[in-house]
Design a protein around this ligand. Structure first.
Ligand code: PCA
Length: 324
C-alpha cells in the first residue's frame, strides 16, 4: 500500500515521457549552398520558426553545402524519403521537365518583380509537377540576377569564344555553348577550386555566389548583365508531410510563407550588398558593353524559342499570361 503513490508517480513520469517522444519528429534537410549564403540563412530561420511554433515537436536539422546529399541528388533523396526535406535549384532539374527551366530562360524575367510575377503564374503547374513526384512545394526564392564573371576582359561575345565556362544547369550550359564557350558542370561549393586549378575561367552566376566563393581571389571582371533569376525550391516528402498532425502542418505552412517573403527581400538586399562587396575587393564591375548585351539578348531569344518548343501549349499559356 505504501508503495502505491510512488508507483503512480513512476507511471505518470513514464507516460509523460512516452507522450513527448512519440510525437517528437526529427527530420533531416539537405541543401546545396554554403552556410553563409542568404538562402541557407533563411532556411535556418525557417526551421527555427517551426521548432518554436511546435514547441520542439518538429525539429529539423539542416545539412548545408551538399554535406549530406550531393546538390544534384537532393531532389531525388527527398522523393525517396532518404531525407524528409530538401532545397534544390529548379533549373538544375530542367532535363526532367521544361517547367523547371522557365525561370532560367535568359532575358524573359530579369528583375525580382518580373521573376515574382512569373513565379506566381507558373506556381500551380510547378506544384502539380512536384506533387506527381511525391514532393510538396513549401516555398521558393529567387537568386539575384545572373551576370558573367571572367578572368580576362570581355567587350564582345567573341571574347568568350573558347573560354571554359562553369555551368550549374542545362540552361547555363546552353548559354555557354551558344556564347562559343566550353561548358563544365561545377557545384557552387567547388567554384573557387575549379578556377584556381584552371578548370574554368568564366562563369554565369549572381553576386551572392561570387562573394560566397571570394571571386576576387581568382578573377577580375563581373559583367552585371542581369540575364535571369533562377529559383531555389524548398520541398518536403509527401508521406512525411501526410504523417504530420494538422497543427504541425499549419506551423510549417506559416513558417514557409514567412520564409518565402523574407527570402525574396534577402535576395534583393543581397544583390545590392554583394555587388558592393565585389567592388570593394577589387572586381571590375560593369553592366557590360552594348555589343555584348545585344549578343546575349540574341542568344536569349534563341533559347526562349527552344524553350517554347519544348514546353508546348502549357508553356505558351504561361508566357502569354506573363506578357499580358
Ligand atoms: N548561384 C548558384 C545558382 C545561381 C546563383 O546565383 C550557383 O552559382 O550555383
Amino acid at each position: 500500500m505504501t508503495l502505491k503513490p510512488l508507483t503512480l508517480a513512476i507511471a505518470a513520469t513514464a507516460s509523460i515521457f512516452t507522450v513527448t517522444t512519440a510525437h517528437a519528429e526529427n527530420w533531416r534537410m539537405a541543401t546545396p549552398y554554403p552556410e553563409q549564403n542568404f538562402h541557407t540563412q533563411n532556411i535556418k530561420q525557417f526551421v527555427a520558426d517551426i521548432k518554436e511554433a511546435t514547441q520542439g515537436k518538429l525539429d529539423i536539422t539542416v545539412h548545408p553545402g551538399g554535406s549530406l546529399i550531393k546538390p544534384m541528388e537532393i531532389k531525388n533523396a527527398a522523393r525517396s524519403r532518404q531525407i524528409e526535406m530538401g532545397e534544390f535549384i529548379l533549373s538544375g532539374m530542367a532535363n526532367e521537365h521544361p517547367l523547371f527551366a522557365l525561370d532560367s530562360v535568359p532575358f524573359l524575367a530579369t528583375s525580382h518583380d518580373a521573376s515574382w510575377k512569373l513565379y506566381q503564374i507558373s506556381k500551380p503547374s510547378l506544384e502539380q509537377l512536384l506533387e506527381k513526384q511525391n514532393l510538396k512545394l513549401l516555398y521558393s526564392v529567387a537568386w539575384p540576377p545572373q551576370g558573367m564573371y571572367t578572368t580576362t576582359p570581355v567587350s564582345k561575345i567573341e571574347d568568350l569564344s573558347g573560354m571554359r565556362m562553369r555551368a550549374y544547369s542545362p540552361q547555363t550550359e546552353r548559354l555557354a555553348q551558344l556564347s562559343g564557350a566550353i561548358p563544365t558542370q561545377i557545384e557552387a561549393t567547388d567554384v573557387a577550386q575549379a578556377f584556381s586549378t584552371g578548370r574554368v575561367n568564366a562563369m554565369i552566376t549572381s553576386s551572392s555566389t561570387g562573394v560566397n566563393s571570394a571571386a576576387w581571389d581568382f578573377l577580375k571582371y563581373y559583367y552585371d548583365v542581369q540575364a535571369f533569376l533562377p529559383k531555389n525550391a524548398v520541398v518536403v516528402n509527401k508521406r512525411s508531410w501526410d504523417g504530420l498532425d494538422e497543427a504541425t502542418q499549419k506551423a510549417v505552412l506559416d513558417a514557409a510563407a514567412k520564409a518565402e517573403e523574407r527570402g525574396w527581400e534577402m535576395s534583393k538586399e543581397d544583390m545590392v550588398k554583394q555587388n558592393q562587396t565585389l567592388v570593394d575587393n577589387g572586381i571590375e564591375l560593369s553592366p557590360g558593353s552594348e555589343e555584348l548585351r545585344q549578343s546575349l539578348r540574341k542568344i536569349g531569344e534563341q533559347m526562349a524559342a527552344e524553350w517554347s518548343k519544348q514546353a508546348g501549349a502549357e508553356g505558351e499559356a504561361i508566357i502569354a499570361k506573363f506578357n499580358k
